[in-house]
Each structure stands twice: as structure tokens, then as C-alpha cells.
Design a protein around this ligand. Structure first.
Ligand SMILES: *Cc1c(COP(=O)(O)O)cnc(C)c1O
Length: 397
């Protein structure tokens, strides 16, 4: 039996069957490449779902990790943590927000955002102010509150009753949002680019209207940039494309370049609603995670986001050429290196043929091929991926 088959059999025996896993076990990575347990090499355009912004095991990140691991791995948030302070400074100085809270995942970053929004609104306007409006096809995480915030029934089924206090409206529909607001509404939460929901980009006019409306009505604007933040769209934060600024911003995925860490940033006045004892996390913002994230953020602001914008435009052009060639490709969309190609049919066959030929891509919402290469990917490797994709699409006809 192959080593990979053996591993998968053991996995099936010992792991909960809670994810739809592909029959692939990846054991080593270097830059844009990964290898499976049988030694087959792949060009990785999934990138741990927008986590591996620098590809696999980038030496500067490994160095930062080892250096911090030798110095101090963990202490409690009962104490001030040096790399945590530096990471907060970096994020605040490079964003329009004033304060940071650190946790370990995107869901936790959104949980903190939800708790902060409720606390702020209740203190400012009264106890009946708690409802948060979120968008169809959003994705905010898998904890109960973030599942409730996620306006996709497939994530709710079997887990009811969900925590109350969320209301859903169609994405990119300002009128629907306006009509959904009640005296109970305290915030609007959305992803400037919906990743999991099918790579749906917010219209610039829509986001400006939403931001102005929230300001006028005293509603907090929460942007979930867990997937689209940290350089993915060609700017450090996706909101920079729109000329609007959220009151609360959540980050995770690429923040640690592969090391688990999440962050919730907020405007000063909003952040002040959290007081000692209100919210915390044992591992959140620990020295090791923050030291790695400091190195990651420095690299992204040091030119990587700009590179992603250039390569993203090039990649998108190549995908548009494929869309013109194959009538079953409905649309190519996205921002920077968060790109999607919607088919008129399920994409699983294309994904499988790409994998066969040594290219890993993802498919979301059943029909949307999603491409999340490292932000430092070279154009020649984009060409290589496009050639494989071309052949995989040709086999559909
Ligand atoms: C992945 C994702 C999350 C959840 O992050 P986890 O780290 O898996 O908890 C939340 N929001 C968005 C937009 C995401 O893409």
C-alpha cells in the first residue's frame, strides 16, 4: 500500500469525519510547491485557503519562529507581551483603526467583533440595541455565534437553535439593508470580498452608501477581512480599495503567514467598550504567534501587497482569456490574488483533473473555482497554472 493510502486509512479511523477531505495527504512544502506522502509535487494555488501568503515554509518566517521560540513561547495575557505590542503598533500604524485585540482564528476575531459591537451599542444606546445585519453568502466562522452571523443555511442545519440577534439581507443591495434596519440594529457586518461565498466583490458605490448610512444611523460597520485582508486583494486591507473605513476590522488567515493568529481592530471610541475582564483568550496574542505575525506583516507592507496587485491583474487577464474560450465559464471575478471563475456546472471535475496534473485549486459554492496562490507567485508559475487549467477545462467539453 502507498504511504499516502496508509495515512488516509489511519486518518479515517482516528479523525472525526467533519470535513469533506480530498484523498491527498500533504507532507512537505517549499515556496509555491507542496509534496504528497507518495512524493508527488504540486503547484499550490489553494495556499491553505489564503493563509500561506508567502508560500510554504518561507525562510524569514521560519527564522522569526525559531528565534522567538528560543526566547519565549508563551506567557499569560496577565502580563504585557513584547511581540504583541509590536504587532498591535504595526497594524494600527498601517490601518485607519486605533486598537487591537489578538486571538487564534477568524471565528474568534469575529466573536470579539460581535461582542464588542453589542457592548458598545448597549452602553451607548440601551439594552435593546443588539442586532447585527449580515449578508447572504457571507462566511464568518464555525462557532455558534459566527455560524449565526453566516447567512448560508447549509452552515446552520442541525445546529439550531442558533444564538439570536442576526438578520440577513442580500449582498450588494443597499435598499434591502436600509429596509432591514430596526431600532434593535447595532451594526452591519460584511466581507468587502466574500471568499467562501463565491468570490463576490462589493460594488464601490454600495460600500460607500453603506458606510455613509451607518454613520448617519449610528450603526457600527464591521468588515470581516479574515480572507480578503493582509495583502490578498493587492492592498494591505481590502477597505483601502473603497475609500471607506470600518469601525471594526477582523483579520486572521494570512496574518501569521501560516501560524494561527487572529485579530480584531477597532476605532478608539468603540474599543473603549471593552474593559478589564470583558474578553480574553489564553493563547490569543502569545509571544510566538505575534513574533511570526510581525515578520509577516512587515513583509506584506514592504511591497508584497503591490506585487499581488500586479500579478493578480495578469492572472485575471489570463483567466478572462479562458472564459472567452469556454462557453461554460460564466464569469471571472475577484480582486488582486483572490480570484474566482464561475462555471455553469459543478467544478469538482476540473479540480480533480488539475490535481492529477500537479496543480491544486479550490472550488467553493459548488461551481466557483477559487484561486489563492502565494502573494509572491511569479508570472511564469501563473502561466504554468493557466496551462494546466486550460487542459482541465478542455476535458469538460
Ligand atoms: C475563513 C474565514 C473565517 C473563519 O476563520 P477561521 O480561522 O476558520 O475561524 C471567517 N471569515 C472569513 C471571511 C473567512 O474567510
Amino acid at each position: 500500500m502507498s504511504r499516502q493510502k496508509e495515512l488516509i486509512e489511519q486518518g479515517q479511523k482516528y479523525l472525526m469525519n467533519n470535513v469533506g477531505r480530498l484523498p491527498l495527504c500533504l507532507v512537505r512544502g517549499e515556496g509555491p510547491y507542496v509534496w504528497d506522502a507518495d512524493g508527488k509535487k504540486y503547484l499550490d494555488f489553494v495556499g491553505g485557503l489564503a493563509v500561506n501568503a508567502f508560500g510554504h515554509c518561507p525562510p524569514f518566517l521560519v527564522e522569526a519562529m525559531l528565534e522567538q521560540a528560543r526566547r519565549l513561547i508563551h506567557v499569560s495575557n496577565l502580563y504585557w507581551i513584547e511581540p504583541q505590542i509590536e504587532l498591535a503598533r504595526l497594524l494600527v500604524e498601517n490601518s485607519a483603526l486605533d486598537k487591537a485585540f489578538f486571538c487564534n482564528s477568524g471565528a474568534e476575531a469575529n466573536e470579539a467583533a460581535i461582542k464588542l459591537a453589542r457592548k458598545y451599542a448597549k452602553e451607548k444606546y440601551g439594552p435593546e440595541k443588539y442586532e447585527i445585519i449580515t449578508m447572504t453568502d457571507s462566511f464568518h466562522g464555525r462557532t455558534l455565534a459566527t455560524v449565526a452571523a453566516t447567512a448560508q443555511p447549509r452552515f446552520h442545519r442541525g445546529f439550531e437553535p442558533l444564538p439570536p440577534g442576526f438578520k440577513y439581507v442580500p449582498f450588494n443591495d443597499f435598499k434591502a439593508l436600509k429596509e432591514a434596519v430596526t431600532p434593535a440594529t447595532c451594526a452591519v457586518m460584511l466581507e468587502p470580498v466574500q471568499g467562501e461565498g463565491g468570490v463576490n466583490v462589493a460594488d464601490p458605490g454600495y460600500l460607500r452608501e453603506v458606510a455613509a448610512f451607518c454613520r448617519e444611523k449610528g450603526l457600527l460597520l464591521i468588515f470581516d477581512e479574515v480572507q480578503c485582508g493582509m495583502g490578498r486583494t493587492g492592498k494591505l486591507f481590502a477597505y483601502e480599495h473603497y475609500g471607506v473605513v470600518p469601525d471594526i476590522l477582523t483579520l486572521a488567515k494570512a496574518l501569521g503567514g501560516g501560524f494561527p493568529i487572529g485579530a480584531t481592530l477597532a476605532r478608539e471610541e468603540v474599543a473603549a467598550a471593552f474593559r478589564p475582564g470583558d474578553h480574553s483568550s489564553t493563547f490569543g496574542g502569545n509571544p510566538l504567534a505575534c513574533a511570526v505575525a510581525v515578520a509577516a506583516v512587515r513583509a506584506i507592507v514592504g511591497g508584497l501587497a503591490e506585487k499581488a496587485a500586479v500579478t493578480g491583474a495578469y492572472f485575471r487577464e489570463k483567466l478572462a482569456e479562458l472564459a472567452a474560450k469556454y462557453p461554460f465559464v460564466k464569469e471571472v471575478r475577484g480582486l488582486g490574488l483572490l480570484l474566482g471563475m464561475e462555471l455553469d456546472r459543478p467544478g469538482a471535475g476540473v479540480v480533480a483533473r488539475c490535481q492529477e496534473e500537479g496543480l491544486l485549486i479550490n472550488c467553493t459554492k459548488e461551481k466557483v473555482l477559487r484561486f489563492l496562490p502565494p502573494l509572491n507567485i511569479e508570472k511564469s508559475l501563473v502561466d504554468e497554472a493557466v496551462a494546466i487549467l486550460d487542459r482541465a477545462l478542455a476535458a469538460e467539453e
